[in-house]
Ligand binder design. Sequence first.
Ligand code: UD1
Length: 343
Amino acid sequence: MVKRVLVTGGTGYIGSHTVVELLEAGYDVVIVDNLSNSERSVLKGIEKITGRRVPFHKADCQDETAMRRIFRQHGFDAVIHFAASKAVGESVEKPLLYYRNNLSSLMNILTLMRECGVPNLVFSSSCTVYGQAEKLPVSERTPRREATSPYGNTKHMCEDIIRDSVAAYPEIRSIALRYFNPIGAHESAEIGELPRGVPNNLIPFVTQTAAGIRPMLSVFGDDYNTPDGSCIRDYINVTDLAKAHVVAVARMTEGRMKAPFEVFNIGTGRGVSTLEVVRTFEKVNNLKLNYKIVGRRAGDIEAVWANPSYANEELGWKAEKSLDETLRSAWKWQQHLDNKKHK
Ligand code: UD1
C-alpha cells in the first residue's frame, strides 16, 4: 500500500523540496499551507518536476477544526510538520505571534494524530537549539543552550512538547531533524527559496545582489574568532535536506526507530565562513558580488557546524551535493525568477 504523508508548510522552501523527494520516492502527499509566507504557484513547480498534482488545502495549522477535517478526509501514515514562523528578528518584535503559531500548531497536530490514529511525526527543528556551543562540531549529545530569540525558544519548546507527548502517549512517535543552514534550489530551478521583501538570510541576499535587486551585500562582522573573521555555518543543500525527511518517514513507517523520540543533526559536517560563501559564489557563477564588511548582527552565533555521523550511520543518509553545485543552483533559481518576472 502506498503510504500517504501530510506535509504542513508544503509550499514553503524546505517543504516544497521535500514534497518533490517524497513523490519521487513513491509516497502520496497532501499539502497544507496557509500561504502566509509562500505562493500557490509553488504547486505548479512541483507538478512540473514530478508530473504529479498534489492535493492542496489552504489552511492554518492553528485552526484545529479545519485540520481535523483534513485529517479525517485523507487518513495519513505520517506527518511532516514544517509550518511555522521562522524569522529570528521578527520573533524578537512579535514574540506572542511566534509562541502562538509555532506551539499551538504543533499541539493541534499532535492532538489530531492521536485522535485520528496517525502514529508518525517528523518535526523541523534547528541547530539554533545548540546556541554557541563550547565544542565544535555539535553532535546530538551536545547540550542544548538557552535560546537567544523567541524563534529559537519555540524550537526548544516544540522539541520538549514532542518528547513529553510521545513519552505519555504510546500511540505516537517522532523524529526531530535539527537543520543546519539550508541553501540552494532544486536542480530544475522550478522551485527554490521565495523570500518576501528584504531577505534576512544570506543566500537570497547574495543572489538578489548579484541580480542587481539589492545594491550591496553586507557581511556582518569580520572580527569573529574564526580563520577569516567572518561567521561559520554548515550550509546544506536543500534537496539533500529534503531527502533526510524521506529517510526519516521510511524509518518510522517501517518500524525501525530505536526510541519513540529520536533527534538527528542534518548538516554536511563542514563549516564554511560567510566570506568563503561569497568567494565561492563568485567563482562558480563567474561574477563579481558587490559587498562590504559591516558590524556584527545582533544575536548572531560565531560558529556552528554539525557532526552528522549519527544521521549518516543510523539513518543511512548523507549530504551529497557540493557547495559549488549548490551555489550554482541558487543563482540559476534567481535567474529563473527574474526571467519569469520579465515575461
Ligand atoms: C539562523 C539560525 C537558524 C534559523 C535561521 C532562520 C543559528 C545558528 N541559526 O540562521 O537556526 O533556522 O536563522 O532564518 O542561530 N549574513 C551576512 N549578511 C546577510 C545575511 C547573513 O553576513 O545579509 C551572515 C550571518 O551573519 C550569518 C550567515 O550569514 O553568519 C548566515 O546567516 P543566515 O542565512 O541569516 O542564517 P543564520 O543566522 O545562521
